[in-house]
Design a protein around this ligand. Structure first.
Ligand code: GLN
Length: 543
């Protein structure tokens, strides 16, 4: 029997609802239950694929090729269960589905309304998860009180009624802000937010209270009284040093116990096995040394823009018992200033995924610095493309080598596959391009060249990794570049698409067309990140 847990948020956004949901999932797993997490997003975009990473953070890509909310990354990192397309839905998608049905005449002449048609569509999305796990955790994006959340709240209210208390539970995450002048944490916003939720007909049975300092028992009692919730179910959720401590901290405060109690499962529940989380936290808190990694990108002001990447670097650190000191460098600085002053002291350089011309020349410079100075270099997607352009310019002498992403060019070492197959790279074709649904998305296999560095890192000849890109390295430059030492060490199985490049005579210089960071987990770090951080550690011992 599947039980459903709905997680809503109140007071403010960015409370860590996604992390909280992921941590609860991990705790239930640690007690031997199977879990599935999904997210309902109230915004109108059909999916986050078209949203700027500045605004919305990273777009998380699933194996089955969906562009989803970054919280799905947390879910996967905490539970190990690969996210799928049907784990995320938005208002835009719900309306698209309903309107398509309406056009097809599926509603047999009925007037289409938010209730019941939109709410039914939301409920169908939730109901189809029935049977897929012991617990389905559904996070509702946004904050209670937002106009756009209303249909979602109504849908989960109805669903909760249909399932009954034995099968549905509402958990509300709130904030207790600290007011310095009063010297105390305030409970009023929490009371208001629960009231708001109750006015939508939803009575939370568990409150997760985010705070930046310990909450007095009196305050917890007060919240319980005003919000009509059992005292032990008002759970403090304090800030912790690393996100991987969240499961441990929530367990210590009794979250998983109270959830099981709500479902009447506590008596028969197993004690959780949290050793894996304790070990991870220990390694993060007590590293043996530090490596400095320069991340040369464009969205350097927001940690969320490269969420999975940051985490994958941390995972590489965990595996090597080192702290990874990430230095985010805006790549445009290299277009005006010498790279050396920024990159001289770093132990590794990573150029992550990216789109558009701005900052590209700076990334090319960073790749050049890494190649010439033999500093470990990890190029991911755009970072691989820039490294290949650098090689074409400086090793093959094609001064004007570039990517057609930035416009027509003479030596299109990176371009659309259709372009370089037909030799039409000089044609301008940007004007009318539709940017939605034109990317190579999701998991694709690649074959690794025997004896290459990547073959030994992966310990296998065939891999599968997730992609999100339009452009490809042009295979017509393969032979020339290989003669100069840039080995095309991973190819699509049909041999047409370069997936990985590496320098033969460099301690660690690897470019990958896919996004390995999406599959890395703290308890199962991605081999490329483990190896990259190890190379950086070795480099740090040399300097
Ligand atoms: N802009 C590049 C492309 O579309 C790279 C994309 C990426 O880095 N994810 O191919």
């Amino acid at each position: 029997m599947t039980r459903f847990i709905f997680i809503t948020g109140g007071v403010v956004s960015s409370l860590g609802k996604g992390l909280g949901s992921a941590a609860l999932g991990a705790l239930l797993q640690a007690r031997g239950y199977s879990v599935r997490l999904c997210k309902l997003d109230p915004y109108l975009n059909v999916d986050p694929g078209t949203m700027s990473p500045f605004q919305h953070g990273e777009v998380y890509v699933t194996d089955d090729g969906a562009e989803t909310d970054l919280d799905l990354g947390h879910y996967e990192r905490f539970t190990g269960r690969p996210a799928v397309q049907t784990d995320n839905i938005t208002t835009g998608r719900i309306y698209t589905n309903v309107l398509q049905k309406e056009r097809r005449g599926d509603y047999l002449g009925a007037t289409i309304q938010v209730i019941p048609h939109i709410t039914d569509e939301i409920k169908d999305f939730i109901r189809e998860k029935d049977g897929s796990a012991d617990f389905v955790l559904c996070e509702i994006g946004g904050t209670v009180g937002d106009i756009e959340s209303l249909p979602f709240l109504e849908a989960i209210r109805q669903f909760g009624n249909e399932m009954g208390r034995e099968r549905a539970l509402f958990v509300h995450v709130t904030l207790l802000p600290y007011i310095p002048a009063a010297g105390e944490l305030k409970t009023k916003p929490t009371q208001h937010s629960v009231k708001e939720l109750m006015s939508a007909g939803i009575r939370p049975r568990i409150l997760l209270c985010r705070a930046d300092r310990p909450i007095e028992q009196d305050e917890l009692r007060k919240i319980a009284l005003f919000c009509n919730i059992d005292e032990e179910k008002v759970i403090p959720a304090l800030d912790v040093a690393t996100i991987y401590e969240v499961p441990l901290s929530y367990h210590a405060e009794g979250l998983d116990e109270q959830v099981l109690d709500c479902f009447g499962l506590l008596d028969k529940a197993k004690k959780p096995d949290l050793k894996v989380w304790q070990d991870i936290v220990h390694r993060i808190k007590e590293p043996e040394s530090t490596v400095k990694i320069a991340v040369v990108g464009k969205y350097t002001n927001l940690a969320d823009s490269y969420k999975s990447l940051n985490e994958a670097l941390v995972h590489g650190g965990i595996a090597n018992n080192v702290k990874v000191d990430m230095q985010f460098i805006e790549s445009t600085v290299f277009e005006k200033e010498n790279t050396s002053s920024y990159l001289e002291g770093v132990n590794g350089i990573l150029v992550p995924g990216g789109f558009g011309e701005r900052g590209a020349e700076g990334k090319i410079e960073a790749a050049r610095f890494a190649r010439e100075r033999k500093v470990p270099y990890f190029g991911i997607c755009f970072g691989m493309q820039m490294a290949v352009i650098e090689a074409a310019r400086n090793l093959l002498g094609y001064d004007r080598a570039n990517s057609t992403e930035f416009g027509p060019c003479d030596n299109a070492v990176v371009g659309l596959m259709t372009e370089w197959q037909r030799g039409e790279v000089k044609e301008a074709r940007h004007a009318n391009d539709d940017m939605g649904g034109t990317m190579r998305l999701g998991a694709y296999p690649a074959r690794l060249v025997a004896g290459s560095k990547v073959a030994s890192i992966y310990g296998s000849k065939e891999i599968s990794e997730r992609h999100r890109h339009r452009y490809e390295v042009n295979i017509n430059f393969k032979d020339g570049l290989e003669e100069k030492g840039l080995l095309f060490s991973g190819m699509s199985p049909d041999g047409t698409l370069p997936e990985i490049v590496e320098y033969k005579d460099h301690p660690w210089f690897i470019g990958v067309q896919f996004h390995p960071e999406l599959k890395s987990k703290p308890f199962d770090p991605h081999p490329l990140f483990v190896s990259f951080i190890r190379a950086a550690l070795e480099q740090s011992r040399l300097v």
